[in-house]
Design a protein around this ligand. Structure first.
Ligand SMILES: C[S@@+](CC[C@H](N)C(=O)[O-])C[C@H]1O[C@@H](n2cnc3c(N)ncnc32)[C@H](O)[C@@H]1O
Length: 210
């Protein structure tokens, strides 16, 4: 990562810290329109997880840990690690889950050791004023980190370039689903799924490594 990349991420970090301060640990605090759209995204991402037993999960760009609460609500048994660049998200996540010994948060990627699965929800959407190519590079770097940090696979979502042109915003990143499908097939695993059928301007990719 070069200096420009870290400047872009610094802006994103401040943006989300401010959102949390204004709205608290709610869907608005992580910049979603509704809890429903937040949970529709979660439901797609967890199609990756094939487990009736306890598993471990890294949530990359976890916010305050809404994914953990969602999974607990479904009755999943898991060790959860939420990673977020915005320290206030990590602090909030820890406070909210102080009574859950299997729920942890970190703002330091270097201290994370591999887990079975990783999920990424909404993390790549807000690019602010970064240009498209620079942001694509940041996303690809994060996908490689996810590959290194998982043994069984990872899933991520992004806004789609197949959005209505008149509603697209310059501060958001609209990715090409075919580019990312191809990238994942070539670089990460033979078993890759592209889900683009759940009525949001959004797609999900599942990368199954085993
Ligand atoms: C739209 S919010 C989604 C939060 C959570 N995944 C959810 O769905 O409730 C995106 C989160 O990703 C974090 N984030 C953005 N870029 C990141 C990066 N490169 N590494 C780690 N966290 C990042 C932000 O700080 C923010 O908390």
């Amino acid at each position: 990562m070069n200096d420009n990349d870290s400047q872009e991420l610094e802006k994103v970090k401040n943006y989300f810290a401010e959102k949390l301060e204004t709205h608290g640990p709610t869907h608005k605090g992580v910049d979603y329109n509704s809890t429903e759209s937040q949970e529709i995204r979660f439901s797609q991402l967890i199609k990756l997880i094939n487990s009736n037993q306890k598993y471990s999960l890294l949530d990359f760009g976890s916010g305050y840990g809404a994914m953990y609460d969602y999974l607990l609500g479904l009755g999943h048994d898991l060790y959860y690690l939420g990673y977020d660049i915005a320290e206030p998200m990590v602090v909030q996540g820890r406070q909210l889950h102080i009574n859950n010994p299997d729920c942890h948060f970190s703002a330091n990627l270097n201290e994370i050791t591999p887990l079975e699965y990783a999920v990424v929800s909404g993390t790549f959407n807000m690019k602010l004023d970064a240009d498209f190519e620079a942001w694509t590079k940041i996303v690809i770097e994060a996908l490689h980190q996810m590959d290194l940090l998982t043994t069984k696979g990872f899933s991520f979502n992004m806004l789609t370039k197949y959005s209505d042109a008149d509603r697209m915003r310059p501060d958001l990143y609209y990715a090409d689903p075919l580019f990312f499908f191809d990238y994942c097939k070539r670089n990460f695993a033979r078993n890759v799924a592209l889900l683009h059928d759940y009525n949001l301007y959004d797609f999900t990719i599942l990368v199954r490594k085993s």
